[in-house]
Each structure stands twice: as structure tokens, then as C-alpha cells.
Design a protein around this ligand. Structure first.
Ligand SMILES: [Zn+2]
Length: 112
């Protein structure tokens, strides 16, 4: 399944799109404003981007909109980076925590 990165020429936001079928590629629209005026970014970057580089490109101090959290990968990513920033090394428990992050339970547990 190819994942392509796009930049919207109308609202200037970048997003990635995953395509299940090749014909969907020609119908891609901006996630934010529904524009079809998009610039395709270098696709190999996102396909081969490691989780580590996703984490390092990720700024947890910036507020994120609802759209961001609709992508469950981003929720998990936020949780992992946040743990790192707090100096918490959870090792193998991390996946469990990320899973909780995805289901929205993480804040309950760590705000106690
Ligand atoms: Zn747009």
C-alpha cells in the first residue's frame, strides 16, 4: 500500500495519504480543505521514514487540531515522545502505553 505525502496549494498544509487502490491516487484531495490543488512530495521519504525520525520531527509542545488526533498513529507517537521527554523509560511497556494512548486512556493514568 503506497503512502504519499502531499502539500496543499490552497491551505499550505501537508498530509500523507494511504492508497488501497491505484485509482484512488488520482482522486486524492486535501484532508483539510478538500482542494485538489496538491503538490506531491517525495514519496520514498514517508515510506521509508522510521519511527525514530517521525519522533524527532515531532513537536509535542505544539497544539494539534482534531484532525491530527484522528490519525491514531499520531496519538501513539505523541505518547511515546511525551514519555521520552519526561524521562520515562518504559521499555516493553511502551507498546501497551501507546495502545492506551490510542484509545484515549493514557491521560487518565498519567495524571494521577
Ligand atoms: Zn488544503
Amino acid at each position: 500500500m503506497p503512502i504519499y505525502e502531499y502539500r496543499c496549494n490552497r491551505c499550505n498544509k501537508e498530509f500523507s495519504a494511504l492508497f488501497l487502490k491505484p485509482k484512488e491516487i488520482s482522486k486524492v484531495r486535501c484532508k483539510y480543505c478538500d482542494s485538489r490543488n496538491l503538490t506531491k512530495l517525495i514519496s520514498s521519504f514517508s515510506v521509508h521514514q522510521t519511527e525514530e525520525s517521525r519522533l524527532s520531527n515531532f513537536d509535542t509542545s505544539r497544539p494539534r487540531g482534531d484532525e491530527f488526533y484522528k490519525d491514531s498513529r499520531n496519538v501513539g507517537l505523541w505518547a511515546k515522545k511525551r514519555m521520552k521527554e519526561m524521562g520515562v523509560d518504559l521499555g516493553s511497556k511502551m507498546d501497551e502505553i501507546v495502545e492506551k494512548g490510542r484509545t484515549g486512556k493514557i491521560l487518565d493514568e498519567y495524571n494521577k
